[in-house]
Design a protein around this ligand. Structure first.
Ligand code: 3PG
Length: 306
């Protein structure tokens, strides 16, 4: 009997877990749950004899991959797979996958909610501003970026985007103004919503110089990854520009230092972009089905370590 480990330090909603279990039950697989674990040793022990692994932001490090002696597939139930050591997976012949698009709506809704929250003085009853008529720059036009554009249209924002990998025609068709450089995007937009992955190229790329280009009354919204921010540059812009606001779903390393800007800075206590039962069900079921399809039919759609 094939064995699957679901290792989620931040567990899926119960409805999602029930759905995932049903997929594996139908395939006659055994499911092992490791939720809310705090000790890496527990993860290493649990992965030792499983064929497949489902994770969220949990770290599938080289150590974890090497501990999984029977491991054939890891599925990150979500979009970003910067938490999987892809080189180690490839070396060990383990297929790594994500579930693109499955939790995008939850993240996009949060990004817009964060804009409203900052525009309205963090709901503290003070006079704020409206999103209507403001310029919004979408930095990377993938599954989440597209949905942010769609929702922002309802707010009557003027939407710009920069993404060298996305189709210009598709962006224009969505009514989005296509920018040819990241500098142009930041220069024109009062709001910037980040949707870039954390890669060697993007890490620390959102720096003081780039943020300085944003117009007066700028708000940076981060539902992507903390690693893409140059945190020294972020602290500097908050210090030098009393009009600059930052809201993040992933607390920066220098969170405590930034609290002195609390009127213009906010970070959620725990990453919650994909924390909806809908997103958990979509991503969790997709992960389960991808595992069964791979182990039974060799289907490698969504493999990210090719
Ligand atoms: C993703 O990459 O899909 C999101 O960041 C969600 O991450 P989470 O599953 O840890 O909430």
């Amino acid at each position: 009997m094939k064995k699957v480990l679901i290792a989620t330090e931040k567990p899926f909603a119960k409805t999602a877990v029930d759905g995932i279990k049903a997929v594996f039950q139908k395939a006659n697989y055994e499911v092992v749950m490791l939720e809310k674990y705090t000790d890496k040793a527990d993860f290493l022990k649990a992965v030792a004899d499983v064929d497949a692994l489902i994770i969220r932001s949990d770290k599938a490090s080289r150590e974890v991959i090497e501990a999984g002696k029977n491991l054939k597939i890891i599925v990150r139930a979500g979009a970003g797979y910067d938490n999987i050591d892809l080189a180690a997976a490839t070396e060990k012949g383990v297929v790594a996958m994500n579930t693109p698009g499955q939790n995008s709506n939850a993240v996009a809704e949060l990004a817009l909610g964060m804009m409203v929250f900052m525009a309205r003085g963090q709901f503290k009853g003070i006079s704020g501003t409206e999103l209507k008529g403001k310029t919004l720059g979408i930095h990377a036009y993938g599954a989440v970026g597209r949905l942010v554009a769609k929702i922002a249209k309802g707010f009557e924002m003027e939407i710009h985007a920069f993404d060298p990998f996305a189709s210009k025609e598709a962006m224009e068709k969505d009514g989005v103004k296509v920018e040819n450089s990241v500098e142009d995007l930041y220069s024109k937009c009062q709001y910037i919503s980040l949707h870039i992955p954390a890669t060697a190229e993007t890490k620390k790329s959102i720096n003081f110089e780039l943020l300085s280009k944003m117009p007066k009354g700028a708000t940076l919204v981060n539902t992507a990854r903390k690693e893409v921010i140059d945190e020294t540059g972020l602290a500097k812009i908050l210090e030098e520009r009393p009009d600059f606001k930052y809201i993040s779903d992933i607390a920066p390393e220098n969170h405590a230092d930034l609290l002195k800007f609390a009127e213009r800075y906010y970070s959620t206590p725990k990453k919650q972009g994909a924390e909806t039962s809908e997103a958990n069900i979509n991503a969790g079921l997709a992960a389960a089905n991808q595992i069964v399809n791979f182990l039974e039919k060799g289907d490698k759609t969504y493999q990210v370590n090719k």
